[in-house]
Design a protein around this ligand. Sequence first.
Ligand SMILES: Cc1cc2nc3c(=O)[nH]c(=O)nc-3n(C[C@H](O)[C@H](O)[C@H](O)COP(=O)(O)OP(=O)(O)OC[C@H]3O[C@@H](n4cnc5c(N)ncnc54)[C@H](O)[C@@H]3O)c2cc1C
Length: 367
Amino acid sequence: MQDLTLIVGGGPAGASCAWKLASAGIPCILIDKASFPRDKVCGGLLSARAAEILITSGILSEYELEDLTLKKHRTVSLWNRDELLRTYTSHRAPVRIVSRRQFDSVLLDKAASAGASVITGDAVVSIESMSLTTSSGKNYSCSNLVGADGCDSFVRRLISGRGSKGKGMGLEYFIPLTDLNEKPEDLQIHFGYIPYGYIWVFPDGEKVNIGAGAVGSPASPFDIAGALNGFLKDRGISCDKYQLHGAPIPSLVLERNLGKGNMYLAGDAAGLVDHVSGEGIGHAVESGFLVSDCIISGGDRRTVLKNKNCCIDIVRQSMLYRHLLFSPFIRGAAMMRLRDNEEFARGYWNIISGTESYNEMFRRLLT
Ligand SMILES: Cc1cc2nc3c(=O)[nH]c(=O)nc-3n(C[C@H](O)[C@H](O)[C@H](O)COP(=O)(O)OP(=O)(O)OC[C@H]3O[C@@H](n4cnc5c(N)ncnc54)[C@H](O)[C@@H]3O)c2cc1C
């Protein structure tokens, strides 16, 4: 079939790409190896910027997003190991905690309702000259191929000869609130445990996601697990009771052109994770839309990708600015700034919530 687009992966990147293509009347098939609903290792923090993209695109209504929201947060406490640097409350739009199991399933249903063919429980095992074979032995040919197959992207390896896995890793526990003596209400970010990373505490109302992640870090997965388990032990939480989940995070492997020719990459497959905040869900959705716009425009990447405030630009900036927060030479000064300078803390929140770009934040702080 000449105009068919095949999308490998049905996470937020693949589902949003399929939804937009199908909504524009472009035939597409999305294939995911998992059966949905499926779990995805993730803190589930959806930035305000991501929420806006979901609503303004029309893929979710405000009500649907409210339904998917387990908890909204406006307050974060920032720590440098045992020192509470500050507690910051924002008056801007909140961030939300979602369950990836639910969220990803709803987006995939949206793609199917818009007219995309969605095939789940079948893995893509080989791709040759725009022909793809799945583990069940089915063959598909297409004119456009989209790799939205996550951090260990098969399609990316085909396009660029390297995957999007790098020195990035995230590990997490889900702990019921009832198991904790001190029940956190607000978000917590703990610096100082892992180079180029942090430990997070994200309560969703019933449980707490406590995890550790680092991007572009010399820390190994064992170092990160050791830091996380030590953090819990110091707080009297026995991690043996809970299951540790982990997944790679793309690190320093940004594909600025989202692939090449009629082969496209979106989300983690394109390396679109913020290297300071770890945000990837919103960037996956946005890049899924960008890829669909490229396909709808007949492959005009130059026009579609020129927006300076898109996710590609944000991730590129984060790869630069991460050193200002995490570099061992200035980390101490950055921690003091977060403690002593309200504007700096506001800037950090604005980055987490996606309400300000890195360039805007630094321009504001320097004037
Ligand atoms: C521990 C951790 C915590 C995180 N916390 C946050 C957070 O709080 N907020 C945030 O914004 N981001 C967070 N992220 C990042 C976020 O999870 C990712 O950036 C996001 O899931 C990327 O979406 P995606 O659609 O590109 O890929 P994915 O969600 O990984 O989806 C890829 C899909 O491709 C499918 N697939 C893979 N290979 C094949 C194949 N060969 N054939 C068919 N299907 C295939 C998979 O089954 C999967 O469903 C976190 C990541 C980690 C590891």
